[in-house]
Design a protein around this ligand. Structure first.
Ligand SMILES: *Cc1c(COP(=O)(O)O)cnc(C)c1O
Length: 233
């Protein structure tokens, strides 16, 4: 078995164990392999071992690399996104996790209107209220949900976060719990066209804690593909 296949198998076991500890159905948790900065061949190798969902963070890299991938993967866009680059994702990604402002949602809506399709989106929350991080503040979230929900060609499926970095995954637990509570509050508004079925949270260092707190989409890069040595936009 290749390293990538072995790593994926190990992560799936750890997700299943976290589900068991927290009395959750493992079918409700999906692994997104974060393949940014990694070559197309690694993505094909992961697909061959049964991994179908992949996350990318840089539009330019995604444009260059996605045509080189042979396998029929499902792409999720998880990184920061400028409105003028949304057109390069149009029709190519199944979900955009990083919608943090109305103007970006409006552009996604406009682009998906052109192909007469709906784009699934998650609203990104700045759960740690960190100045330099993107994401809506918790207190602005309800208004953002209401505004985005009014747009055509777009489905709100849940929330996403990148919590503050902590060396100890246990320290992140309260943020993941707040995310679940926020999702429950939004759900109670019963807004038409809004579901809070997905919680995208947890990365290589903390995905088990995220699963215990209700994550449905975990975004794991390093623990599958190894360290990233290069970064580009
Ligand atoms: C890179 C990235 C990840 C994966 O991080 P790892 O620590 O390598 O697992 C997850 N989410 C987002 C938004 C990322 O940009």
């Amino acid at each position: 078995m290749s390293d990538i296949a072995a790593n994926i198998a190990k992560i799936r076991e750890r997700i299943a164990a976290a589900c068991q500890r927290s009395d959750r159905n493992p079918d409700a948790v999906h692994l997104i392999a974060v393949s940014k900065v990694k070559p197309a061949a690694d993505i094909d190798a992961a697909f061959a071992s049964g991994q179908h969902l992949f996350g990318e963070s840089y539009v330019q890299e995604f444009r260059d690399k996605s045509p080189q991938v042979q396998s029929p993967v499902e792409w999720h866009y998880i990184g920061g996104l400028q409105s003028n680059k949304v057109k390069y994702l149009r029709g190519k990604v199944a979900m955009i996790h990083s919608v943090d402002r109305l103007s970006l949602a409006e552009e996604i809506s406009r682009q998906w209107q052109k192909i007469e399709a709906d784009c699934k989106v998650l609203l990104q929350v700045n759960i740690g209220e960190e100045g330099q991080k993107s994401g809506a503040d918790s207190e602005d979230l309800e208004q953002l949900v209401r505004d985005v929900a009014a747009l055509p060609n777009l489905q709100i499926c849940g929330l996403m976060c990148l919590p503050p970095y902590c060396a100890d995954a246990e320290e992140v637990r309260p943020y993941f719990r707040q995310m679940r509570e926020l999702a429950e509050q939004i759900e109670q508004l019963e807004l038409p066209g809004v579901s809070m079925n997905e919680l995208s949270m947890g990365m290589s260092g903390d995905f088990e804690v995220a699963v215990e707190e209700g994550a449905t989409l975990v975004r794991v890069g390093t623990a599958i593909f190894g360290e990233r040595i290069r970064k580009n936009g």
